[in-house]
Design a protein around this ligand. Structure first.
Ligand SMILES: [Fe+2]
Length: 486
């Protein structure tokens, strides 16, 4: 039975939606660019049944994919749950069967399977496309293939046996020069293990290289970065153990005494060639971009000074307060004898963790980082509105060459989410295109999609859904040439 009455945080705009939908020819304002031909996919958590225990965290909820199909200046919407094994089992049982986030020991005995934690994934994090295939991903399980037109769930894949890890990152990276995809899985051989499996897929989707190695200590490895010569995997801060899971706790806690770490892996090297660099307490949850310049590997990313997760207990105790989170440059000197990295703050403006770039510049010298942030100088009720408490009110274009910040304000009652960059057809200049991103509007209980001209950061159009669409984890644009779109 779906009784959400005990869920104080799931009210109003943040109540689960629990329905699938099609909207033909969406309401729009402004002018949708006629040459936009592709789809903006969002992947968001949406509880089918209330969590049990009731204080489980949003990251554990069922996955739901939304698609906004753009062509000829019009937009059609479709929304479907990701039909994971977990989802189907709960549908049949008509109740929540799974316990705390990434703790299978807290699951209903009928589904409990700690040897195969990937079977409890909800595939709720990032839409990914490679070699013409669309996936719903989450870092605790295998990617699920999704039909890019119907959003039907085809099922989980281990790439024909080529993927030798229980889990697959939610943030693989695609080399724009070769079309290769780099991806990794951590806790690869079992719960809380230090094992990482890293592989390169060629442009057809075949695994061509693979590595196995261990991290300095088991921690959340949420994202990665790619240069022409290196793979970078940041981690640290979060800690876990089988003892902790046996005690019935959620997967992660934060240990402020732990260093941050970064694996720097030569793409043409072996596992023994990995360098591990250490830094102070940090959370680099997402990366913006990276490049190799001679003997230096340079990563630009939003970095938080302390625990950024309100849901994960801090082992030092104390109340959660959101740490400073700013765009930084972290440099790894391959010629250095010691294993310390250096860090420089690029912009003092606090930002969210959701950075994007023009993906045609991934791993290459580049100029622009796009991210949503809270502009305190704009009129906004977001600071006090209880349902906008995680709010960002603006999209920002941060120019790392000049230090300039250009922004686009989303509205007084709107909460913005990660923008995706869409290249203008026929143009190869970095940043020539649009940003597309969600603007939630609790004042009218509806989700809107903003389309912003990226060079000027002026809004050109908005798609309006006649209902709420849950807050996403990630969104991504894929053009008609990247997926077989009808
Ligand atoms: Fe992410």
């Amino acid at each position: 039975m779906a009784d959400f009455s005990g869920q104080a945080g799931m009210r109003g705009y943040f109540a689960p939606s629990r329905f699938e939908a099609d909207v033909y020819d969406c309401e729009t304002t402004g002018e949708i660019p006629k040459d936009l031909d592709g789809a903006f996919y969002r992947l968001h958590p949406d509880w089918l049944y209330p969590p049990n225990p009731p204080d489980d965290i949003p990251l554990a909820s069922d996955g739901y994919m939304s698609m906004f199909r753009f062509r000829g200046g019009v937009v059609d919407y479709k929304g479907r749950y990701v039909r994971t094994e977990r989802f189907e089992r709960q549908m049949s049982a008509r109740r929540q069967l799974y316990g705390y986030y990434r703790n299978p020991f807290t699951d209903d005995p009928g589904v409990r399977d700690p040897e195969h934690p990937q079977r409890r994934t909800t595939a709720n994090t990032t839409p990914v496309a490679h070699a013409g295939v669309l996936y719903a991903t989450k870092e605790d399980g295998l990617p699920h293939r999704i039909d890019p037109n119907t959003l039907e769930t085809i099922g989980p894949t281990d790439f024909g046996g080529a993927w030798k890890s229980q889990a697959f990152t939610a943030h693989p990276k695609i080399d724009p020069v070769t079309g290769e995809m780099a991806a990794f899985g951590y806790e690869a051989s079992g719960l809380c293990s230090k094992d990482v499996f890293l592989a390169i897929f060629d442009r057809t989707g075949a695994v061509t290289r693979e590595w196995r190695f261990e991290v300095p200590y088991t921690s959340m490895l949420h994202d990665m970065a790619l240069t022409r010569e290196h793979v970078i995997i940041p981690g640290g801060g979060c800690v876990t153990s089988l003892e902790r899971l046996h005690e019935g706790k959620t997967h992660w806690a934060w240990d402020s005494s732990k260093p941050s770490y970064y694996g720097v892996i030569p793409r043409d090297g072996e596992a023994k060639d990995i360098r591990w660099f250490l830094g102070p307490e940090r959370a680099v949850v997402h990366t913006a971009n990276a490049r190799t310049e001679g003997s230096k590997v340079i990563l630009e990313a939003p970095a938080a000074d302390a625990n950024p997760w309100p849901w994960f207990e801090d082992l030092a105790g104390g109340q959660f307060t959101a740490p400073r989170n700013t765009l930084r440059r972290i440099t790894f000197d391959l010629d250095s004898k010691d294993d310390r990295c250096t860090e420089e703050v690029l912009f003092e403006q606090p930002v969210t963790s959701f950075t994007r770039v023009d993906d045609r510049r991934l791993g290459l010298p580049y100029r622009y980082i796009y991210v949503q942030y809270f502009d305190l100088d704009r009129p906004s009720r977001a600071g006090s509105h209880p349902q906008l408490r995680y709010g960002a009110n603006s999209f920002g274009r941060f120019d790392i060459l000049t230090g300039e910040l250009k922004s686009c304000f989303g509205g007084e009652t709107h909460m913005l989410q990660e923008p995706s960059f869409v290249p203008r057809p026929g143009s190869s200049e970095e940043g020539d295109g649009w940003l597309i991103g969600t603007a939630h509007n609790p004042a009218e209980m509806r989700a809107e999609l903003m389309i912003v001209d990226a060079p000027t950061m002026q809004e050109v159009a908005r798609v309006i859904l006649p209902f709420r669409n849950a807050t996403q984890v990630h969104g991504a644009w894929f053009g008609a040439g990247e997926l077989p779109l009808a």
